[in-house]
Design a protein around this ligand. Structure first.
Ligand SMILES: *Cc1c(COP(=O)(O)O)cnc(C)c1O
Length: 364
């Protein structure tokens, strides 16, 4: 192996995808979220696998994430969740499908499409039913309906809302209210337009906990990547292993390891291995000084000393290893959920912290 890499397992990805598909009605379409470089696992790689298996739709956050896919052989429709008005020309140029998140955006889009005599441009509508992040607000619904009345420039492919707490039973009443409110508004938009519009509200947790509701599409994110679910470790697997080869091994007789001399060598000496990945690759610096054990040749080995920018030192005493052997930073072991718990964060942040200089490689 030439460098630190994310090794994507096609098999695990398909397993996870099918797990969520089985929870939905047969004809419910899946929008696969590949924002933030495919949750850090590789946007083009994940998208191409989804495209190969006949996936319906991809979702990204920004226009430029969408352009990256559109210019790298991705042909299935790409929804842009948070487009800026300034990017409308680029959106249209690359056939991306923008989400209308407020009145300002639809006005700007209408103006552009009108000036360029473009008709039936596909768009999606985000309705804010309680998340209060982005989305057309309830106060603006009547102005919005006015703007889409007899509007020949756009065609509304879908209307959606985002659930604020689909994973927390304590908020289930709120979630059900979001869903009901959403259906009322989506239906009035559909009546205004006079044609069928797809409706969707469920993210990964929503699919698990609210899939009895009748939706046309679902937006699958973290679940596809196989993390974030404490309950399903038998059926969902982290889709990738974050690995780095050992570049150097030293039998240390004493002294300390690394910056600030924080790693102490034990009295009898220790075997120290250095891997070519550090905090600049996405190994959180708070995992240094033994806070985590990574896996090496079937054994778990602790970090020693402070994590450096480009390297991490491990105490591999007693483990049979040589230069070039791969250390797994996260994946099957340690699980990204476990790293998240140590860092006091969520697995989303662990995955998306893997930096762009790490290679993303598809494996079987
Ligand atoms: C990121 C995102 C999702 C996916 O959420 P997960 O919790 O990762 O399943 C769905 N919808 C919207 C609007 C999002 O921003």
């Amino acid at each position: 192996m030439k460098q630190a890499s994310i090794l994507i397992s096609r098999k695990k990805l398909l397993n996870n995808y099918n797990f969520f598909k089985s929870k939905l009605a047969k004809d419910t379409k899946i929008i696969t979220l590949v924002k933030a470089n495919g949750y850090g696992m590789g946007d083009i790689q994940i998208s191409s696998i989804i495209q190969d298996i006949g996936g319906d739709y991809l979702g990204v956050a920004s226009t430029y994430e969408g352009i990256r896919l559109a210019t790298n052989s991705i042909k299935i429709p790409i929804m842009v969740l948070n487009p800026l008005v300034e990017t409308i020309e680029d959106i249209v140029k690359h056939n991306l499908e923008p989400t209308i998140i407020n009145i300002q955006f639809i006005i700007a889009l209408n103006k552009y499409l009108k000036e360029n005599q473009i008709y039936n441009y596909p768009v999606h509508i985000n309705i804010d039913t309680g998340m209060q992040r982005a989305g057309v607000t309830l106060e603006d619904i009547s102005i919005f309906l006015e703007l889409i009345r007899n509007n020949r420039h756009i065609i509304i492919k879908s209307v959606f809302t985002h659930l604020a707490a689909a994973d927390e039973p304590i908020h289930d009443q709120f979630t059900n209210e979001q869903i009901n409110l959403f259906f009322t508004i989506a239906t009035s938009i559909e009546q205004e337009c006079g044609y069928k519009i797809f409706k969707h509200a469920l993210n990964s947790w929503g699919i698990q906990r609210f899939s009895t509701n009748n939706f046309d599409m679902a937006r699958l994110g973290i679940g596809l990547y196989g993390t974030g679910y404490e309950n399903n470790q038998d059926s969902l697997f982290p889709v990738a292993d974050f690995v780095a080869p050992i570049i150097h091994i030293k039998e240390a007789k004493g002294g300390t390891v690394g910056y600030g001399r924080h790693g102490k060598i034990s009295e009898n000496g220790d075997t120290i291995a250095t891997i070519c990945a550090g905090y600049a690759d996405g190994i959180d610096r708070r995992l240094g000084n033994g806070a985590i054990r990574f896996s090496l040749n079937g054994k778990m080995v602790p970090t020693i000393g402070n994590i450096c920018m480009d390297t991490t030192m491990l105490n591999i005493s007693g483990v049979d290893a040589k230069i070039g052997d791969l250390v797994t930073i996260f994946g099957s072991a340690p699980h990204p959920n476990y790293i998240a718990s140590i860092l006091g964060t969520i697995s989303y942040e662990v995955l998306t912290s893997v930096s762009s200089r790490v290679a993303r490689i598809i494996t079987e």
